[in-house]
Ligand binder design. Sequence first.
Ligand SMILES: NC(=O)c1ccc[n+]([C@@H]2O[C@H](COP(=O)([O-])OP(=O)(O)OC[C@H]3O[C@@H](n4cnc5c(N)ncnc54)[C@H](O)[C@@H]3O)[C@@H](O)[C@H]2O)c1
Length: 257
Amino acid sequence: MGENKRIVIVTGAARGIGFAAAEAFAKKGDQPVIVDLDPQGVEQATEKLATQYSCDRAGYVTDVTNAGAVKQMVDQVVTRYGRVDVVINNAGLQYVAPVEDFPVEKWELLIGVMLTGPFLLTKYAVPYMKKQKYGRIINISSVHGRTASPYKCAYISAKHGVVGLTRTVAIEVAEDNITVNAVMPGTVQTELIENQLQKLAEEDGITEEEALQKHLLTKQAIKRFIQPEEVAELCVYLASPEASMITGETIGISGGW
Ligand SMILES: NC(=O)c1ccc[n+]([C@@H]2O[C@H](COP(=O)([O-])OP(=O)(O)OC[C@H]3O[C@@H](n4cnc5c(N)ncnc54)[C@H](O)[C@@H]3O)[C@@H](O)[C@H]2O)c1
């Protein structure tokens, strides 16, 4: 393994923004570690990256809400590679319902994956990062970490919450050459959005493109989907030496939202 190869743990990396982020680091010669709930997705993502970028097959089927499993995964990564340089807390999911109908178990699931998950991975990665005096933690929040839309109370609460986590941990680890930042994407073309679009189009009896413009791009000034690769490049920048004084920040990639 090359000396400058960084070890990059990405959660929710079987597909979407997480996979694009893992791929962007692999392209740079780094070693991505794919973490996801979906076993087949982990298998396919690690295979694809290993074939295209000749990195190791490093994948873990891990539920980010499970403290023991997250700790074990981080420990195993460090046992294998001796370090963990970059952590991207990206795993996420959406659920849409008015607050009075919002199922308690969906609230707990969304908060678990998108707020407790980042807390757990941060908690278990930081001791290693402190020891090596280097670390980059990137939390994928959302424009919904600074604004609201109806019927997404759990998602929006988790995305606001992870901003608080970002700001707090950034201060705690600042002297250890560890930065912590949150990225706030607008509407990115992934399954998370495609699933919502399908439903919205059916409900309104319109095409998915019409539903996209009507429901999901109303607040976005540039009226097109953001691509996962565009978010991935921002993550690469935040992990670069040029960004070493950027910490505790929330950075939009929103098309003007
Ligand atoms: N797509 C967008 O428009 C958009 C906008 C802003 C923010 N985001 C955020 O970006 C992140 C990635 O979203 P995406 O659009 O790529 O979604 P996606 O649905 O394509 O991918 C999400 C991945 O997370 C994994 N995952 C879900 N629960 C998990 C768990 N408990 N443990 C481990 N993995 C789990 C899924 O299996 C999936 O592979 C999410 O946090 C999302 O909220 C997305």
